[in-house]
Design a protein around this ligand. Structure first.
Ligand code: ADP
Ligand code: MG
Length: 389
């Protein structure tokens, strides 16, 4: 993965100057993220362990004297303007600019006086690849508005507000993980998030110090029915929790899993519950290993997570299974699909000097199956949203 953080910031400035004929007041950046482990645990009130990527979305911003909001995206080449009417209620601004209007709407709904601004967006975070370009965009816009408006909104309250924008203005039913990760992550650490309490803990994750690297492999798989399948998994988990008489599957103790599963009516529901309960436990086990500096030892937990997603939760597709199998066969210490499933990215934990070898092996396996070639990038745990200048 080549990252050119300065280049993307320069592109945001160029985009701003081109659209508005002047220099921006400042620039704000927010990263993409990848989830190290803990899949489909968030809406079950469980645990996740994301870290921020060196890929970033940068917002260049300056005041808009009319008090309205205008945003241009280098990516779409479009400029979209909206005023008080459009941010009075959801549904008025649609498409990509809804992520921006949604943040303005959510801030106003929370009682903030939001200044009019001109914005320009440039990004290195691939869209729709499961690396959370949506949260990166929301977080960068939020950081700019908070600073330019002098708003009182501490970082620990920002993820909830950005999530509110995405859930209710954009209309995407996401959990709190993405916004928490892109806002609160620290360089060299993963973010251990309890999705029930929103308590976070920064867990040291020193890959380079351990001589390791993480490959993020974009499976390039077309998303097949991802929304419907996501809703079905969620409904299945909620139904199972109700049948078991617990508020959420997080409340099923891993040590009593077998007797709990025996109380469920069918094999499919049992498999869904087993994934969530064992996945929560794998997050806790991963955190325990990282806390004691045993980075290399998390590999088998990553691979077990993948098997659970493939066999019990049934959310993998041939492309991601192929990438995981090829990475492991080439010597990866662990590999798993990351994200909601049905495509997206695979991450592989490898010895640092094996990165090229494992990457080439995955590409070869893809070629053999005539899949669209994967893109492979190197991930190091990066900081969350910040002002650049
Ligand atoms: P992910 O968050 O996994 O990348 P989503 O579907 O949640 O995928 O969000 C992607 C959407 O976010 C894009 O389709 C687009 O509407 C919006 N978006 C993200 N980054 C940008 C950007 N730099 N410019 C314009 N729109 C963006
Ligand atoms: Mg998203």
């Amino acid at each position: 993965m080549t990252t050119r953080p300065d280049a993307v910031a320069d592109r945001a400035t160029t985009c701003f100057q081109h659209a508005y004929g002047q220099a921006p007041t400042g620039r704000w950046a927010a990263p993409g993220r990848v989830n190290l482990i803990g899949e489909h645990t968030d809406y079950n009130d469980g645990f996740v362990l994301p870290f921020a990527l060196p890929l970033r979305t940068v917002i260049a911003a300056g005041p808009e004297p009319t008090g309205s909001w205008t945003v241009c995206s280098e990516l779409t080449g479009e400029t979209v303007s909206f005023g008080d009417d459009e941010v009075a209620r959801p549904g008025q601004v649609t498409g990509w600019a809804a992520y921006v209007a949604g943040v303005v709407w959510a801030l106003r709904a929370a009682g903030h006086q939001v200044p009019g601004v001109r914005l320009a967006v440039a990004s290195d975070v691939p869209l729709g690849a499961g690396l959370s370009s949506s949260a990166a965009l929301e977080a960068a816009v939020l950081a700019a508005l908070v600073d330019l408006g002098g708003l009182e909104l501490p970082p620990d309250q920002q993820p909830r507000l950005a999530q509110h924008a995405e859930n209710h203005y954009v209309g995407a039913p996401t959990g709190i993980m993405d916004q928490s990760a892109v806002i609160r992550c620290r360089g060299g650490h993963a973010l251990f998030l309890d999705c029930r309490t929103e308590h976070v803990e920064h867990i040291p994750f020193d890959l380079a110090g351990a001589g390791l690297a993480i490959l993020v492999i974009d499976s390039r798989a077309p998303h097949r029915h991802a929304d419907g399948e996501y809703a079905a998994r969620r409904a299945s988990c909620e139904k199972a929790a109700a049948l078991l008489g617990v508020p959420a599957l997080r409340d099923v103790p891993a040590v009593r899993l077998d007797e709990t599963l025996a109380r469920l009516p069918d094999g499919e529901t049992r498999r869904r519950v087993r994934h969530v309960v064992t996945e929560d436990q794998r997050v806790l086990d991963t955190v325990a290993l990282l806390r004691s500096g045993q980075v290399r030892q998390i590999g088998p937990l990553l691979t077990a997570s993948h098997a659970s997603m493939r066999d019990d939760f049934a959310i993998t597709v041939p492309e991601v299974d192929t990438a995981v199998e090829a990475a492991l066969a080439a010597g990866a210490l662990g590999a798993r699909m990351t994200g909601g499933g049905f495509g997206g990215c695979v991450l592989a934990l490898v010895e640092a000097d094996q990165s090229d070898h494992v990457s080439a092996a995955v590409t070869t396996a893809y070629t053999a199956r005539s899949f669209t070639p994967p893109t492979v990038t190197l991930a190091t745990p990066a900081p969350g949203a910040t002002r650049l200048d």
